[in-house]
Design a protein around this ligand. Structure first.
Ligand code: ADP
Ligand code: MG
Ligand code: MG
Length: 206
């Protein structure tokens, strides 16, 4: 397919929810090392609520799908990640308002807007050991002729960014309380960002 319709996006969100469920324990373990151990639980609960919300609503366009994801994550997921991911999806929704089908350029624009939302809300900079360290390189890499190309490049860059958080000392969020002891572990939010983008890329490729 060329454009991403509301139905395509719902399929991609379902795939992301499945990925989060599969990686729930891994994300819990990453967060246990440098946080409070709830990241996998928080995201899994949130995306299960998203699945329920999608099942109960009719969504007319991609923007409406993204908005439903956003409002559900904001209302159902506590902690840092819920509001941050919620804001990311909300900004993405606004960026593609009134478009029946998203193009590759729209997807790149939505990712840029999502990063803007995370930064506006959380005030983290690259190198602070947060999801921003995955999302920033993802946005920079998000180019291509097709949605699959854009998302595949973004997902690969996000994972490289997540891997690069391992040696960093956290300067934002709960992990920052550990100071130097936060070094030597991958940031859970950076990992979940990479997982979400990979799920979207794989859904687009199908
Ligand atoms: P909490 O830390 O409240 O328990 P989660 O465990 O769900 O929330 O999420 C933790 C993740 O949130 C971190 O791994 C990090 O990626 C992200 N995070 C925390 N604070 C910020 C921030 N200010 N900006 C961007 N991301 C952040
Ligand atoms: Mg946590
Ligand atoms: Mg918590």
């Amino acid at each position: 397919t060329v454009g991403c319709t509301a139905a395509d996006l719902v399929t991609a969100i379902r795939a992301a929810a499945a990925t989060v469920a599969e990686h729930r324990v891994e994300l819990i373990q990453l967060d246990r090392a440098i946080g409070d151990g709830d990241h996998g639980e928080n995201l899994d609960r949130g995306f299960k609520a998203v699945l329920a919300a999608l099942g109960q609503s009719t969504v007319d366009d991609p923007s409406a799908v993204l908005k439903l994801v956003a409002t559900t994550l904001i209302s159902k997921v506590g902690g840092a990640a819920g509001p941050l991911y919620g804001t990311a999806f909300l900004r993405a929704s606004t960026a593609v308002k009134d478009r029946a089908e998203l193009t590759a350029a729209d997807v790149a624009e939505a990712l840029t807007a999502a990063l803007g939302g995370v930064v506006a809300r959380g005030k983290a900079e690259p190198g602070d050991k947060t999801m921003v360290d995955a999302l920033t390189p993802a946005v920079q890499a998000a180019t291509g002729e097709s949605i699959t190309e854009v998302l595949t490049a973004a997902a690969e860059a996000a994972q490289a960014g997540a891997d690069a958080t391992v040696p960093l000392v956290a300067r934002k969020g709960r992990a920052s309380y550990l100071g130097e002891r936060s070094a030597g572990h991958m940031d859970p939010g950076a990992r979940s960002t990479a997982l979400l983008l990979r799920a979207f890329a794989e859904a687009a490729a199908r």
